[in-house]
Design a protein around this ligand. Structure first.
Ligand SMILES: *Cc1c(COP(=O)(O)O)cnc(C)c1O
Length: 385
């Protein structure tokens, strides 16, 4: 297939972009190049392409990077050992001691921890702001601000930030906008098209999609930034192994069909929760009363598979309900084919307790999977009592 696939549809690119059959054997599926090193033709000369050592580059990883970059509509993809390794690489490439960043008040807990506990020791300062409030974001920006770190939808409150507007604020201040696109995936939202400079993913979630691999990726259109990220990754070594890259690539091929089903099922679950007497509030950007609904409708194809809600009877009732589901598995993480339930206050967001990022104690978060939705609704209804 021709190299320029950019005009082809998302589903076609997910399966073919950068994934031509193996030139030597014709293998239709990218092989797992389970090798650390590569024979060289002579001292200082490599045999084919740029492969010398797998920390620097590995063919299975290269294919994954090309595929994700294509789906995000970006020029460069760089795969990492985890979403946090990707996040760390972006932060350490774009920030120097004395610099400042603006971070959403509903950021992924691990991202907040990395900034608050590691980067501050390194002389970086940050301000937490409500990213759906552009005046608050403008007020948080300082002369030293080098980046705005955005998630939309956010975790776990499903807040929505206007990516194009935030890009305007960032660029007006001489800063970059980084979007962690893990919750939306490129199937639902492509931030680079809305003006973001860098996209980060935990591929552990929807991109891998089967809860069997941990990984991360960074996508950008900037050549120079790609070189700096590549240099840092090669220097610090947070690369995924070939099998992990292959599993992620395998997951990516079905992203579109999985996301459609995640969205279908989430909508039905939201309907059931909204009607349930034990549910106080449902957080889902697809709801017309959600404060970010219009912005979400503008920048997203659909509203995703993540749903949060508060239990009307408080924290203990929420904990009990989470312990009673049978199809929804009580577990951290998200974005796999199976449905998961968790209590952010005690699980994924325990590290932000007492900070500005604290979440309601009666909140439960669902990662709605692709099972038969009737089973999912019945399971939640029974667990809520
Ligand atoms: C899981 C997650 C991360 C971290 O990714 P890991 O692969 O667990 O390191 C970052 N951002 C978001 C939004 C996530 O959900």
């Amino acid at each position: 297939m021709a190299e320029d696939l950019s005009k082809l549809g998302f589903e076609t690119r997910a399966i073919h972009a950068g994934q031509a059959p193996d030139p030597r054997t014709g293998a239709v599926i990218t092989p797992i190049y389970q090798t650390s090193t590569y024979a060289q033709d002579g001292v200082g000369g490599t045999r084919e392409g740029d492969y010398e050592y797998s920390r620097t580059a590995n063919p299975t990883r290269t294919v994954l990077e090309g595929a994700i970059a294509s789906l995000e509509g970006g020029r460069h993809g760089l795969a990492f050992a985890s979403g946090m390794a990707a996040t760390d690489a972006v932060l350490r490439t774009l920030l120097r001691p004395g610099d400042h960043l603006v971070l959403g008040d509903d950021a992924y807990g691990g991202t907040f921890r990395l900034i608050d506990k590691v980067l501050t020791e390194w002389g970086v300062d940050y301000t937490v702001a409500h990213l759906s409030d552009l005046d608050a974001v403008r007020a948080a920006v300082r002369p030293q601000t080098k980046l705005i770190w955005c998630e939309s939808p956010t975790n776990p409150l499903l807040g929505i930030a206007d990516i194009a507007a935030l890009a305007g604020v960032a660029h007006g201040a001489g800063a970059r906008l980084v979007v962690d696109n893990t919750f939306a995936t490129p199937y639902l939202q492509t931030p680079l098209e809305h003006g973001a400079d860098v996209v980060v993913h935990s591929t552990t979630k929807y991109l891998g999609g089967h809860s069997d691999v941990v990984g991360g990726v960074v996508v950008t259109n900037e050549d120079e930034l790609r070189e700096r990220l590549f240099f840092l990754r090669n220097s610090s070594g947070a690369v995924p192994g070939p099998f992990d890259a292959w599993l992620t690539l395998r997951g990516l091929k079905t992203l579109a069909v999985r996301m459609e089903r995640h969205c279908d099922n989430a909508e039905r679950v939201v309907e059931a929760l909204t009607a349930h007497p034990k549910v106080a509030k449902v957080y889902y950007p697809g709801l017309p009363e959600h404060p970010g609904h219009e912005v979400a409708a503008k920048q997203m194809r659909r509203f995703g598979g993540m749903v949060s809600f508060t239990h009307a009877d408080g924290e203990q009732a929420a904990l009990d309900a989470a312990a009673r589901t049978k199809v929804f598995i009580l577990a951290e993480s998200l974005g796999g084919i199976e449905s998961l339930i968790e209590h952010p206050g005690r699980m994924t967001h325990a590290s932000v307790a007492g900070s500005m990022l604290q979440v309601p104690v009666e909140l439960l978060r669902l990662s709605v999977g692709i099972e038969d939705v009737r089973d999912l609704v019945a399971d939640l209804t029974a667990a809520l009592g």
